[in-house]
Design a protein around this ligand. Structure first.
Ligand SMILES: [Fe+2]
Length: 253
């Protein structure tokens, strides 16, 4: 059933693809224009719902370029002509989507060339409404959230989940950056802002500010210390190579 956020807009979210990514269709009922956020698979389902709702897809917003958020991007663009929008700091991840598919053993089309390289505070028009781009690095360098202020609605991708946060240990991730993004850019939004994350159940900004276990001061300090004490990527690769070549003993001397 469509979830009418109010009489002026329509919102539907479906868990799609191999990782059950939340793919949202958000539209303006007056103009019939809509966006699709995170086309993570099941293109036929998404396109059927768009048709059933009588909407036209203008933009496909990709919160970040992990494979499970882009699988259906090509099919949706081919079918609707929608413009693909993503932050340029995830360009490298986007370009290696086919490698990510192989690593995770899933099938998917390489995503199409983006039409709009997003920047902080860009506004994506959706009929009478618009979504503000909030660049929230941490889970990936180009992670973004999309905020429809008029509807108090936030699509948070894999930056903020209900009672959790996005994994920060993937290539290009950083816990310090993730926390800074959430505290400085998301927790300044009104408490009753509805949050649709990239996976799992929805929540609100107020709930997460109070109850998210990863975002309490002691936990933040602990995880930041852990991250600071972790060897850098270069050292990790050297150590791995050393181990593979049997050089560990020599390196340690
Ligand atoms: Fe992700």
């Amino acid at each position: 059933m469509p979830d009418f956020a109010d009489t002026r807009t329509v919102l539907e979210t479906h868990a799609v693809g191999p990782m059950q990514c939340n793919c949202s269709i958000f539209g303006c009922r007056n103009s019939r224009e809509c966006i699709i956020v995170d086309p993570g698979g099941d293109a036929d389902l998404i396109l059927d719902r768009v048709t059933a709702l009588g909407l036209h897809v203008r933009f496909v917003l990709i919160t970040h370029a992990h494979f499970d958020h882009v699988i259906a991007a090509r099919a949706i663009k081919n079918e609707t002509g929608a413009k693909i929008c993503i932050h340029p700091k995830d360009k490298w991840l986007y370009r290696i989507a086919f490698i990510q598919y192989r690593l995770f053993g899933v099938k998917g089309d390489s995503p199409p060339r983006p039409d709009w390289w997003l920047g902080e505070d860009d506004q994506i028009p959706i009929g009478r409404f618009h979504a503000d781009v909030i660049h929230t690095p941490g889970h990936s360098p180009g992670s973004c959230c999309f905020h429809v202020a008029e509807e108090k609605l936030l699509f948070s991708g894999d930056t903020l989940f209900r009672r959790s946060v996005g994994q920060w240990t993937y290539p290009g991730g950083s816990f310090a950056a993730l926390v800074q993004s959430i505290l400085q850019k998301l927790f300044v939004l009104p408490d009753d802002t509805r949050v649709i994350p990239g996976h799992g159940a929805e929540t609100t900004i107020g709930e997460e500010r109070r109850l998210n276990p990863y975002l309490q001061p002691e936990k933040i300090a602990e995880l930041q210390r852990e991250e600071e004490n972790k060897p850098g990527l270069f050292k990790q690769i050297l150590s791995l190579l050393g181990g593979l070549l049997g050089l560990r003993g020599q390196n340690e001397e």
